[in-house]
Design a protein around this ligand. Structure first.
Ligand SMILES: CC(C)(COP(=O)(O)OP(=O)(O)OC[C@H]1O[C@@H](n2cnc3c(N)ncnc32)[C@H](O)[C@@H]1OP(=O)(O)O)[C@@H](O)C(=O)NCCC(=O)NCCS
Length: 158
């Protein structure tokens, strides 16, 4: 988390986590990661989702969120799957791997087709999505949700 906050691109959910909170109660952080899983009551406007980490041995490499369904906002911006690779592990294929593994999990959950969105100028994420068979729906402005133009891709499950 520290690495992402110090050297990251400015994109990614780990940027909003507070390092002090993580050190103070790591167990709570882990419990919070499961709070939108089925069986839990959802806050207004949320869908069920799960959170996974990509690790190698004991090293954290990245994280992925899998949303089980789309609401109006996620259909416009966000999609079913969001991911982030730690800065020191980028450009080694892990982004492509984490989306591939998330697609396998999404398939188990019956999610098909899968919507993935990214900023038009996020070439790393475009590469990840296209390497996983993403078909471009188009480029869109979504001012009510995001201040950058985005691309929407659909991935059909095998
Ligand atoms: C986007 C991100 C997940 C890519 O992860 P990664 O591990 O570097 O991706 P990969 O190594 O699998 O690269 C996939 C492809 O994109 C290309 N690529 C990766 N980063 C790139 C960059 N910064 N600029 C241009 N191309 C890039 C790679 O060359 C590769 O293409 P290739 O197979 O033709 O060589 C990572 O940069 C990241 O975590 N960014 C911050 C969070 C974020 O943007 N998440 C996605 C939100 S939609």
């Amino acid at each position: 988390m520290r690495e992402a906050q110090e050297t990251g691109s400015g994109l990614g959910e780990t940027l909003v986590w507070k390092l002090d909170d993580i050190s103070a109660d790591f167990g709570k952080v882990l419990r919070d990661l499961t709070r939108y899983e089925p069986g839990n009551e959802l806050p207004e406007g949320f869908v069920h989702s799960e959170y996974r980490w990509l690790v190698e041995g004991s090293e954290y490499l990245g994280r992925v969120s899998i949303r089980y369904s789309l609401n109006d906002r996620l259909r416009e911006f966000g999609g079913h799957i969001g991911y982030e690779i730690r800065p020191s592990a980028r450009r080694k294929g892990y982004g492509t791997l984490i989306l591939r593994l998330a697609l396998e999990r999404a398939r188990e959950l019956g999610i098909d087709p899968v919507l993935v969105t990214c900023d038009v100028d996020n070439f790393g994420s475009r590469g990840v999505i296209e390497a996983n068979g993403g078909e471009l729906e188009g480029e869109f402005e979504v001012p009510q949700y995001h201040d950058q133009p985005i691309r929407r891709y659909w991935i059909r499950q095998p």
